[in-house]
Design a protein around this ligand. Structure first.
Ligand code: GLN
Length: 331
């Protein structure tokens, strides 16, 4: 069913969600603004017209439209999940000695560290994400990669694979990320095996997912770390709050403040065009559309999430929504 523009045939009783997402899909399908990412040469080859929206509720209901089976590399969205694994490996206190939780207001690839502590600012910008991946445990590169892939499997519910072309493309051209790793090594903020950690970081960014997978991952975070389809605990529930807080304040690059204000739910975007958003205790939302704005966020993705949040009353601090919180749910 790849490239299908049909809603999946899942029996639905009295939920407005299928109609909402179909309307949004039709409304924004014609929006062709933005450009696909090209700083990783392999990413420039993507079809810019791809577009899909998927919602998975904490009860395991699935609503999806567009190219929701189209695979793409997860890119920066992986940072959320690597953060969870590093917290499980080291605990909150130690993690905070190596990576902060402060938004930067800068581009995701800015080469900056906190002046005083020398920590990278947060796990959602590249420097912090590389330092986070550096913390993933394993006796060697293979075990670290396998632990990472197994972590993704728990969230998604099936095995995942690394796109070797995208991985190689980024590995050979990722000089800026390599420079950040050296800077952090200079300050003793990461362990000396930086090539191994950079490889693992480039591999985690090149994990292949589709829009449906992203929505299941988001729904898992909405559901206390339990995958709502398989019922597997993907991450220790103690750390879900850490992951969501950092997503909320830092997940949308230097658009994070405006996103928090307008959309009001934790989210993370990636340069391949995905956006994953979490409505705690309700649902996971994913949008895929590779046309990006200047900050690296999917243009259709941002628009769809803004409108979904408004129409369904999803903003976490909404007090007075005409729809009423949760009225989208089935009787
Ligand atoms: N792999 C990309 C990088 O490190 C991820 C960036 C992104 O999605 N914002 O540059």
């Amino acid at each position: 069913m790849a490239n299908s523009n049909q809603l999946s045939k899942i029996p639905v009783i009295a939920s407005p969600l299928p109609t909402f997402i179909e309307e949004l899909y039709t409304k924004y399908q014609g929006l062709k603004e933005g450009t696909v990412a090209n700083y990783i040469p392999e990413l420039a080859k993507v079809n810019p017209n791809l577009f899909s929206i998927c919602i998975v509720t904490v009860n395991g209901e699935v609503y999806e439209v567009g190219n929701y089976q189209q695979l793409f590399t997860i890119q920066s969205i992986s940072k959320v999940f690597a953060h969870g694994l590093a917290l499980e490996d080291h605990g909150r206190d130690y993690f905070l000695t190596r990576v902060g939780v402060e938004p930067t207001g800068e581009a995701f690839n800015a080469i900056i560290l906190d002046e005083q502590s020398k920590r990278p600012y947060n796990p959602m910008v590249n420097a912090g994400a590389i330092a986070t991946t550096n913390l993933i445990k394993g006796v060697d590169a293979t075990e670290r990669l396998n632990r990472m892939l197994d972590m993704f499997r728990r969230y998604i519910g099936h095995d995942v694979f690394v796109d070797i072309s995208v991985f190689t493309s980024e590995r050979t051209t990722g000089h800026r990320n390599r420079a950040m790793a050296h800077l952090m090594l200079n300050f003793g903020m990461i362990d000396p095996n930086i090539e191994e950690s950079l490889d693992l970081y480039f591999q985690q960014c090149a994990v292949m997912v589709n829009c449906h997978d992203l929505a299941v991952m988001a729904a898992t975070l909405a559901n206390k770390g339990i995958n709502p389809i398989t019922q597997e605990q993907a991450v220790d529930s103690r750390y879900v709050r850490d992951m969501l807080s950092v997503m909320y304040t830092c997940g949308m690059y230097n658009f994070a403040g405006e996103w928090a204000y307008k959309v009001g739910i934790p989210a993370k975007s990636g340069v391949s065009g995905g956006i994953l958003a979490v409505v705690p205790n309700q649902m996971g939302i994913a949008v895929f559309s590779p046309l990006l704005d200047a900050r690296g966020n999917s243009i259709r993705g941002v628009k769809v999430c803004e409108e979904l949040s408004q129409r369904l009353g999803l903003h976490l601090f909404e007090c007075d929504n005409p729809l009423g919180k949760g009225e989208w749910q089935r009787e």
